[in-house]
Design a protein around this ligand. Structure first.
Ligand SMILES: [Fe+2]
Ligand SMILES: [Fe+2]
Length: 273
């Protein structure tokens, strides 16, 4: 397989027609057989991969903040409007984070890690939103199954998410960080697959417009404190590596099915290994 073929597999699984702005092939490769796949990859990891004879390194997280990766944050607007939040409210809820990410894109040295891959002559790419979307869809299906039951409660959503093998294998636990486990749930937004979590503004906009429960894979403490101060809604977090790994499992299985030898490291939770 080529690096392009591998990107195409991820795009198709995540329902993308082209690579989003947080995913890229930095050093192309062909006849790939041995792949090293990890959440975070820097220069040291690339050196190790070269020494160990891998043909390709795939990182999940972007190698720096790419100039246009703020566009991926706008996926939060799609998720919010699908859950019933008015579009102007949804856009306003991501505006600050969009601005901050645009600035980070100006600051970041996005060539640092890719330049090491070029020096080593080692194929290197990162796949972010497409794999997160695979994970979001798995969570969505599980939550929809819960919502189809009679009188589902917040605790039922927590339990359902905690049942994923990736969550069970993780060092973290699925937690209700804010809200009440006994409350009924009707409208749950999964805020994952949009570069990063939506923080306080996205959750607040959701709670003001008919969404009772928001699921993130992580949230900063300051943002959580602001949500707690308002007292509205329920917020569940899955844990970062557990939530990210939900999207990795089907992708890695697909690469192995196509004959690639995939070794995982740097935070990937493989439930069956
Ligand atoms: Fe992710
Ligand atoms: Fe992540």
């Amino acid at each position: 397989m080529t690096t392009e073929d591998i990107m195409a597999v991820a795009l198709e699984m995540g329902g993308f027609t082209r690579p989003p702005e947080d995913s890229a092939i930095f050093v192309e490769g062909r006849n790939i057989r041995r792949v090293l796949f990890g959440v975070d990859v820097g220069a040291g990891e690339l050196h190790a991969a070269k020494q160990l004879g891998f043909d390709l390194v795939i990182a999940h997280h972007p190698a720096g903040v790419y100039i246009d990766e703020w566009k991926v944050l706008l996926r939060h607007v799609e998720f919010m409007t699908a859950a019933g939040v008015p579009e102007d409210v949804a856009r306003a809820a991501v505006a600050d984070r969009v601005e901050a990410t645009k600035l980070r894109g100006q600051i970041s040295n996005v060539d640092q890690t890719p330049s090491v891959a070029r020096l080593l002559g080692l194929p290197f790419m990162n796949i972010h939103a497409p794999l997160d979307e695979v994970g979001r869809l798995r969570m969505r299906a599980e939550v929809d199954r819960v919502l189809a039951h009679d009188h589902p409660r917040v605790a039922d959503v927590v339990d359902a998410l905690a049942t994923f093998p990736e969550m069970r294998r993780a060092a973290t636990t699925v937690q209700l960080l804010h809200g009440d486990p006994a409350r009924p749930v009707r409208n749950v937004l999964i805020g994952h697959g949009a570069l990063t979590n939506g923080g306080y503004p996205v959750a607040k906009a959701c709670f003001a417009h008919g969404v009772d429960t928001v699921v993130y894979i992580h949230i900063d403490y300051g943002e959580l404190q602001r949500l707690r101060a308002e007292g509205r809604g329920n917020l569940i977090v899955t844990g970062h590596l557990a939530g990210d790994s939900l999207g990795f499992t089907p992708f890695i299985a697909e690469l192995r099915k196509r004959g690639l030898e995939v070794t995982t490291f740097s935070g990937v939770i493989e439930p069956d290994r």
